[in-house]
Design a protein around this ligand. Structure first.
Ligand code: ACO
Length: 326
């Protein structure tokens, strides 16, 4: 029986920093409000003319390097994004070309901030089913492209970046232990981009009505997030036959420090086991979990043999969690 696990991790972030002080000049807000309500101090923003695949490709290269594989050994590329370079071709195909991964299939996956967890679930099934040896799962989002910088209730929250892992076969005592994925489409209106699809195609009216920007009901999303993070972690521990004490590292989606703290408290996971990047990167959508995982691995906080629980939620509404032994 083939067991799938994480062979390598990588991430890439823009170098341009947007601080809370910068926002004080743009909208009616304060560093104090942003820090106490969200935990965010600064975020990274891509330069004009750059696209998601620019960062996603670098994240993939770093993940391949840490896994010790070359581009021709990649059998499949899954890119989780809600800000693709273009609606089509897929960003995964653009990355495939940039990497020179000539043996790889490629597709994009749309599950908003939960996209990375959906991606690793599909990748592990491809590996365990014997269809693929190495699958690149990359999450990349430039949320700055769909952020309304006149709307203070959303613009302070988001940042740009990409994170990737190589999923491949690992020894039996390691690898993915369980997944939990879910969706409640009835809550789609709480977090969405109204225009640009087939319902409201781009038009002068849709642009004027600011319908191409991300819209969010903050409080509804907050309540859902705390519920979903708790329930999904609970389920994944149960499916994996683990207890809360077995968690060595918790990598939650980075949307709000208060949501992360609530989840950590519920599971009694001490602070030093929770990976937090929100203060420096904000909410990077689907990328937030693999960026945080990559940092934890590179800093030696997540080591071979550790049980890592990753959990997230996002537009859809969607949620997901996985437990993996590195
Ligand atoms: N600066 C100053 N004041 C602000 C700002 C701001 N940037 N934004 C909103 N306010 C004001 C509001 O207008 C409101 O004023 P009012 O009372 O006069 O009406 C007041 O602050 C309180 O607003 P609330 O929305 O009640 O603030 P809350 O404590 O709920 O925090 C926040 C808002 C941070 C958005 C919170 O609801 C949240 O984090 N929600 C979850 C968001 C989330 O997880 N999104 C990601 C989901 S998935 C994805 O990544 C795409």
């Amino acid at each position: 029986k083939i067991r799938a696990g994480i062979l390598g991790t990588g991430s890439a972030l823009p170098s341009r920093v947007l601080t809370n002080a910068d926002f004080e000049k743009m909208v009616e807000t304060s560093d104090e409000w942003i820090v106490t309500r969200t935990g965010i101090r600064e975020r990274r923003i891509a330069e004009a003319g750059e696209a998601t695949s620019d960062y996603a490709t670098v994240a993939c290269q770093r993940a391949m390097e840490s896994a010790g594989i070359t581009a021709d050994q990649v059998d499949h590329i899954i890119c989780a994004t809600v800000t693709p370079d273009t609606m089509f071709p897929s960003t995964a195909s653009i990355i495939q070309d940039k990497l020179g991964a000539k043996n790889a299939g490629a597709f994009d996956l749309s599950a908003a901030c939960s996209g990375f967890l959906y991606g690793v679930s599909v990748a592990s099934a491809l590996v365990e089913g014997g269809r693929c040896r190495n699958v690149l799962v990359v999450a990349g989002d430039l949320l700055s492209r769909i952020t309304d910088y006149t709307d203070r209730s959303t613009c302070v929250l988001f940042g740009d970046g990409a994170g990737a892992v190589v999923v491949g076969s690992v020894p039996e005592d390691r690898g993915f232990l369980a997944f939990d994925l879910g969706s409640d489409g009835s809550g789609g209106r709480f977090l969405h981009q109204p225009a640009g699809g087939s319902r409201i195609p781009a038009s002068h009216e849709s642009v004027e009505a600011r319908q191409h920007f991300l819209k969010m009901e903050g409080q509804e999303t907050f309540k859902f997030a705390v519920r979903a993070m708790g329930a999904s972690t609970e389920k994944v521990l149960d499916k994996a036959g683990l207890t809360r004490e077995d968690i060595d590292v918790l990598v939650p989606h980075q949307a709000n420090i208060r949501i992360i703290d609530a989840a950590a408290k519920r599971f009694g996971v001490p602070e030093d086991k929770v990976v937090v990047t929100i203060h420096k990167y904000g909410n990077t959508s689907a990328s937030s979990i693999p960026i945080a995982l990559d940092e934890a691995v590179r800093e030696g906080r997540a080591k071979e043999g550790d049980v890592v629980v990753m959990v997230g939620f996002g537009g859809g509404l969607t949620w997901g969690a996985t437990a993996v032994r590195l």
